[in-house]
Design a binder for this molecule. Structure first.
Ligand SMILES: *[C@@H]1O[C@H](CO)[C@@H](O)[C@H](O)[C@H]1NC(C)=O
Ligand SMILES: *[C@@H]1O[C@H](CO)[C@@H](O)[C@H](O)[C@H]1NC(C)=O
Length: 380
């Protein structure tokens, strides 16, 4: 957990914000009484409040959408913020409600887009998913894959960011966002700890079993700058749709060196500039019982794409390069050149920088530095 780190960053945030905004509100009043990750569990469906986040007078404003989602809210204008991760066929991703904004600027307002009707959400358009691996381990469920992100209102080339139920002010990204899975007990239960990286036409979304002893560690939220390869190491491949069982990964950030020494990586502060190297390669856990499916046969009842498909060549080259890897600082340029934005200096290495609580996940070009052949390790 990163409470102290997050706290200090948030104090810094409030201090800087207070010179920009009205000075009257006492800075710490901007914390909610109850952090998002301490809310619930809300019993599905009747225990779910209309809005999980009812805080007011907070720097980031009100919850964008709502949490009671049903047939009335199931359309492409939905602002449902109750998400699901049940299976290869049935999961949701956090994405923008409208086009034109980089994820890093609106993480607090992301809404649920699902692969299947029935959750009262928007639906990921037909053909947008380009390869998905579902994984169930003793500690979590996870989907990792490839998507034409322009079909879910993301900007082409946006390196995206991380959503989780924490954030510098503990209201979560998105604020009020909650997640369910029926894979832990056979009935829908709320997964309190989760993380979802979206960007570079890729995604990884993990929901940790709330009954597991290490849910917060498997769904760690402090490594927001190093992407799917380190937070959700996997063997997802383009154009492959498969459902697997597997062992649990190492806790994000924890690795065992060749000498057997276990080390915890410390993500550098954003103020120190782009992360150009990470001293380890995350172990991809052993998977088994993978069942492959045809995408066309599993994603049904979806709307037609509304934006013309983007070229797949750019995503393919990103993928071959190892992908959703290492973030640096905020940048809008596609490619490895990164420029830090001093306005977004993050002195904590935690999961937020300014009030949008966001950082770009940027593809790392220097994979050779790992001394490892990445060609076959998509998203890894
Ligand atoms: C359906 O969801 C909407 C939006 O949350 C809510 O206002 C409405 O009461 C719900 N309807 C039912 C029957 O639960
Ligand atoms: C946070 O970052 C976004 C994106 O760079 C920027 O538009 C916004 O002004 C920043 N907010 C603060 C308070 O620095």
């Amino acid at each position: 957990m990163s409470n102290s780190v997050t706290l200090s960053s948030f104090v810094a945030l409030v201090l800087s914000a207070s010179s920009l905004v009205a000075a009257q509100a006492p800075p710490l009043a901007t914390y909610p009484a109850v952090p998002l990750a301490k809310k619930g569990p809300f019993e599905y469906p009747d225990g779910i409040p209309f809005k999980v986040d009812t805080d007011t007078n907070l720097i980031r404003g009100l919850q964008k959408g709502y949490n009671i989602c049903n047939g009335t809210t199931e359309n492409q204008e939905s602002l449902c913020q109750t998400s699901w991760l049940n299976s290869l066929e049935d999961f949701c991703l956090w994405a923008p409600s409208e086009p034109g904004h980089e994820v890093g600027d609106i993480e607090g307002e992301m809404i649920a887009w699902c692969s299947k009707p029935g959750h009262g959400t928007r639906l990921i358009p037909e053909g947008a998913l380009k390869g998905v691996q579902f994984m169930k381990t003793p500690d979590y469920v996870q989907v990792v894959g490839f998507i034409d992100q322009t079909q879910i209102n993301m900007i082409d080339g946006d390196y995206g960011g991380e959503m989780d139920p924490h954030g510098a002010d503990s209201r979560g990204n998105p604020m009020g966002g909650i997640v369910y899975s029926d894979k832990f007990t056979g009935k829908p239960i709320q997964g309190i700890e989760w993380h979802n990286f979206m960007g570079s036409n890729q995604f990884c979304f993990k929901v940790c079993d709330p009954a597991g002893p290490n849910a917060a560690r498997y769904c760690e939220h402090i490594f927001d700058r190093i992407g799917c390869a380190f937070n959700a190491p996997n063997n997802a491949q383009k154009d492959v749709f498969e459902s697997c069982e597997g062992e649990s990964q190492d806790f994000p950030g924890v690795y065992t060196g060749a000498d057997g020494v276990v080390t915890t990586y410390k993500q550098p502060a954003e103020s120190l500039g782009p992360i150009t190297t990470v001293p380890y390669v995350a172990r991809v856990p052993v998977s088994s019982n993978c069942v492959k499916h045809e995408s066309a046969s599993i994603y049904t009842g979806l709307p037609k794409p509304t934006v013309s498909a983007t070229s797949s060549s750019s995503s393919a080259s990103q993928t071959a390069g190892g992908s959703a890897g290492i973030s640096t600082s905020r940048t809008t340029s596609a490619g490895p050149a990164q420029t830090g934005n001093p306005q977004n200096s993050n002195t904590n290495g935690g999961d937020s920088n300014n009030e949008s609580g966001a950082e770009r996940v940027v593809v790392f070009s220097g994979l050779a530095a790992f001394g490892v052949a990445f060609a076959a390790l998509f998203l890894a």
